[in-house]
Design a protein around this ligand. Structure first.
Ligand code: 5AD
Ligand code: SF4
Length: 477
């Protein structure tokens, strides 16, 4: 097994030529990465591209043009893994046409299933876990000569701190500040697939944000599986947020994901103190029943969670909250479910990711069985989704008639003539396009709202409309 701490990135050396991806006479080799799952995986894919680029591989968005195809995978629920198995079947089509193609399976599923993924007949050539991406160029080279490779050792120290991610162009950057998770929620594979918690140094993160500022990024999202347990050289996550916010007031700072147990007063106070730290907190609750929370090993009670929410609302009155909910955890009763609905209504989330419980082998909950029938899980999930949609719709109506500052991030998906952007509180806003540019902050007067989107008209710096919407005229007799 290759220890990531001792592996040196292969350097492009035209004279030696050994690890140079550009073979004599051949074009530049291309790598294609497809990312599944959480934002951590998005950030990791940019690390992978950077590592591969260091040996001369160019990224491509065109899978058919790729010499190397990587799937960066997720194991958190069974359906995520099933999708990837399906995708591998598609990819075998490319491999049949070009046997020299190298296919790599990376990330959590690689870590969980390991050599099972290399079994005979498998289209996969290399299997690489989240802490072994430095080994990718060597493994790919070996795969080109026909030997399959596996690198899944987890590390206690790897943070890829010295690797600058190869980011796709845009105004928003992911920045991973810590890796792994020590919480061991009983339903979750992450502590097994991503290993122990470890943090990057504050200085290296600040330096990276300075670099992002120089490259005109307008939004940085600090990432970690459990970001508010960040610790480095006596600095906690609140210290890190403040240090990062101080770099450039025109960069919005976001972060995800927080654990309710580590949502300290200091962290909330820091958010309140800095204008460019966004007033948006993703705070997964998972269940509204103390009995279930205990079985999940979430280490907080509903009362503690609500007290944290009250503190957030007190210090940051316009804070927007979102959450994750699992429905149908082993032994969940109708009463437990009702408590979850009550909690959702009480907090009034602006958004929620809602999932049916999916048993994962080797977790503690696996041994608890999966006793809530599929139909019951489905019905409970539907009820939760309906309630959440109603609440989000109601919350969004409160914005109608207000002016929101929007960071423009691109054209709206539905209509190219409209811009799309986000509020500080992470709400999507669509408005008629004028001469604004991507990356501009634009005041927008909100005119109507659905559960998912706010719609409005841009204002100029004096607060006057810069675009007068066409009046719909009806002819009446
Ligand atoms: N089943 C269903 N949902 C899960 N999550 C994590 N593990 C499971 C599982 N076994 C959800 C949690 C977590 C989010 C990232 O995924 O809600 O917060
Ligand atoms: Fe999984 Fe819990 Fe860690 Fe989140 S905090 S990654 S749910 S173990």
């Amino acid at each position: 097994m290759i220890d990531p701490q001792t592996v040196k990135l292969p350097v492009i050396d035209a004279q030696a030529g050994t690890s140079d991806a550009q073979a004599p006479g051949a074009g530049v080799r291309k790598v294609y990465v497809e990312t599944y799952g959480c934002q951590m995986n998005e950030a990791d894919s940019e690390i992978v591209l950077s590592v591969m680029n260091g040996t001369g591989y160019e990224p491509t968005q065109d899978i058919a043009a790729a010499d190397v195809i990587f799937l960066n995978t997720c194991s958190v629920r069974d359906n995520a893994e099933q999708r990837i198995h399906g995708r591998l079947t598609n990819i075998s089509y490319y491999k049949k046409q070009r046997p020299e193609l190298v296919v790599g399976l990376l990330g959590c599923m690689a870590e969980r299933l390991r050599k099972q993924l290399l079994q005979e007949g498998s289209v996969v050539d290399v299997v690489v876990g989240p802490d072994q991406y430095r080994a990718l160029p060597d493994l790919v080279e070996e795969a080109r000569t026909g030997s399959k490779g596996l690198a899944v050792k987890l590390s206690r120290v790897e943070t890829y701190e010295d690797i600058t991610p190869l980011r796709t162009e845009g105004i928003s950057a992911w920045l991973s500040v810590m890796r792994g998770c020590d919480k061991f929620c009983t339903f979750c594979v992450v502590p097994f697939t991503r290993g122990r918690e470890r943090s990057r140094s504050l200085e290296s993160i600040v330096r990276e944000v300075e670099e992002l500022s120089r490259h005109n990024f307008r939004e940085v999202t600090l990432l970690g599986q459990n970001v508010n347990s960040y610790r480095s050289d006596g600095h906690d996550f609140a210290d890190l947020l403040a240090a990062v916010a101080a770099v450039d007031p025109s960069i919005r700072i976001r972060y995800t994901t927080s654990h309710p147990q580590d949502m300290s007063d200091k962290l909330i106070e820091t958010m309140a103190a800095w204008k460019n730290i966004c007033n948006y907190i993703h705070l997964p609750v998972q269940s509204g029943s103390n009995r279930v929370l205990k079985l999940m090993n979430r280490t907080y009670t509903v009362e503690h969670y609500l007290e944290r929410v009250a503190r957030i609302q007190e210090l940051i009155p316009d804070a927007s909250l979102s959450t994750d909910i699992i429905t149908g955890f082993p032994t969940e009763t109708d009463d437990d479910h009702r408590r979850t609905l009550d909690l959702i209504a009480r907090v009034g989330y602006d958004g929620a990711y809602m999932f049916k419980y999916s048993p994962r082998e080797n977790t503690k909950a696996w041994a608890m069985g999966d006793d809530v029938p599929e139909a019951v899980k489905g019905a409970r999930l539907a009820e939760i989704i309906d309630l959440q949609r109603e609440i989000a719709h109601r919350n969004n109506q409160r914005h109608v008639g207000t002016v929101e500052e929007i960071l423009v991030d691109g054209p709206s998906k539905r209509d190219e003539r409209e811009w799309k952007g986000r509020t500080d509180t992470n709400k999507v806003v669509v408005f008629t396009r004028g001469d604004q540019q991507i990356g501009d902050y634009v005041p927008v007067s909100i005119q109507r709202a659905s559960a998912a989107t706010l719609h409005g008209a841009p204002l100029d710096s004096e607060g006057r409309p810069v675009y007068i919407p066409l009046q719909m005229t009806t002819t009446t007799a």
